[in-house]
Design a binder for this molecule. Sequence first.
Ligand code: GLU
Length: 503
Amino acid sequence: MSDKAVRVRFAPSPTGPLHMGGVRTALYNYLFAKKNGGTFLIRIEDTDQTRFVPGAQEYIMDALKWCGIMPEEGPGIGGEYGPYVQSERKHLYQPYAEQLVKEEKAYYAFDTPEELDQVREQAKAMGMPNWQYNSVTRTSLKNSLTLPHDEVERKIAAGDPYVIRMKMPRNKDVRFEDIIRGWVVVNTNNLDDKVLYKSDGMPTYHLANIVDDHLMKISHVIRGEEWLPSAPLHVLLYEAFGWDCPEFAHLPLLLRPDGNGKLSKRDGDRLGFPVFPTDWHTAEGELYSGYREKGYFPGAFINMLAFLGWNPGTHQEIFSLEELCEAFTLDRVGKAGAKFDSEKTKWFQQQYLRSTSNEELAQLLSQKLTQSYDINKLATICGLMKERATFVEDILAEGKYLLEVPEAYDETTVSKKWNENAAPLMQEWKTRLAAIPDFKAENIEAEFKAFLGEKNLGIGAVLPLYRLLLTGQGTGPSMFEISEFLGKEECISRMNIGMQKLA
Ligand code: GLU
């Protein structure tokens, strides 16, 4: 790696909500910056005004904040190299495009969109479906390379619309070494004369991206694989300007769970999992669901994303953000597309939920409840239920009986276990319970074991009945802990209610 200060950027276009793949790009940039003592910035690339979506920029910033990977420079944050929104830097780009024209590395093209459509149609009719404006076809089109000099000047003076195109050299091999993919070589005969500056007075993505990466002193460009085809043009642009080229790292694609194609924006809700970090409401009133609102913890989401394309080379799977910053290197990012696995995502969430303290979970749970409960009580509930939950909400859904007398009794358990011996047996057990002086889980357990011994019965003949009466369920956490939690009086009262209802 060069000894230049590490500065990396996440450069989303505000064309909609940020897809999971975009968050992963931001994350890898963040991790790379932290690992190398560098700076992570965000630049909003909004030069394509036709695709601008209101609210998208705010969405992106909010999503990064939720994920805990905020940039150090960016819109609303500040920094030495601002503004960080390309439309606010509009005035900057034209001189660079003009410089390239002056140096004969670019040219003005006056062809109207209609004229180009016509040429394309003609080419198609002649069996050339992929017509391009390139080093061959430009010689017969309307541009400053074919038109007389004074006509070009007259057209510009008259305000005729034009674009500035890259004058792609003929038959030249462009090479660069991608950190993830190794050497990439592309011959310029396969590249077209891309528009650098548009007739609406805005640069295209390519020009603005290169100018800004240069001005913002970006050392490494870490972005999705879909930008790999643009990289040779970018390398040529750096050369044309005589600037140092940053290093490139093109990240693998995120694939659908079946490995069949790229994970797209539409896939999520169709396949039953979110593909966005947070909910997105379209102007048309549609909802694209997000991980935050589904109840995922940002740490779990980030941990899962980190593993989509990277691995630490060990068996460790649970990493805090700080640990990821420490462990992350680009040489452990793979080339092959990374298959998204929604079950694995849930697994990460479960692991995070289990390792969250009961007190913290209780706070989160209390925010979701309409009624207020004693926080210590909630913490105990969290401790009892978290092994069985994936999301905070599950704790209550699964353990509602810890706060309320059950309304119904699990039918399978009733039909399997509640026979004519059940009620007398439970009456006896109730009397034993009532006599326990210190109503603690271990004492209740000891009493229960003694009871089984005297009756010469196995656990399976008694415990499910007791659980049924107290919780209405067929399974659940330790009945002795549940009993202690409910307290003697409540246990006895629930046993009475249950026996009455099941009689
Ligand atoms: N604006 C591009 C995007 O939307 C950025 C690509 C790059 O990082 O160069 O992804």
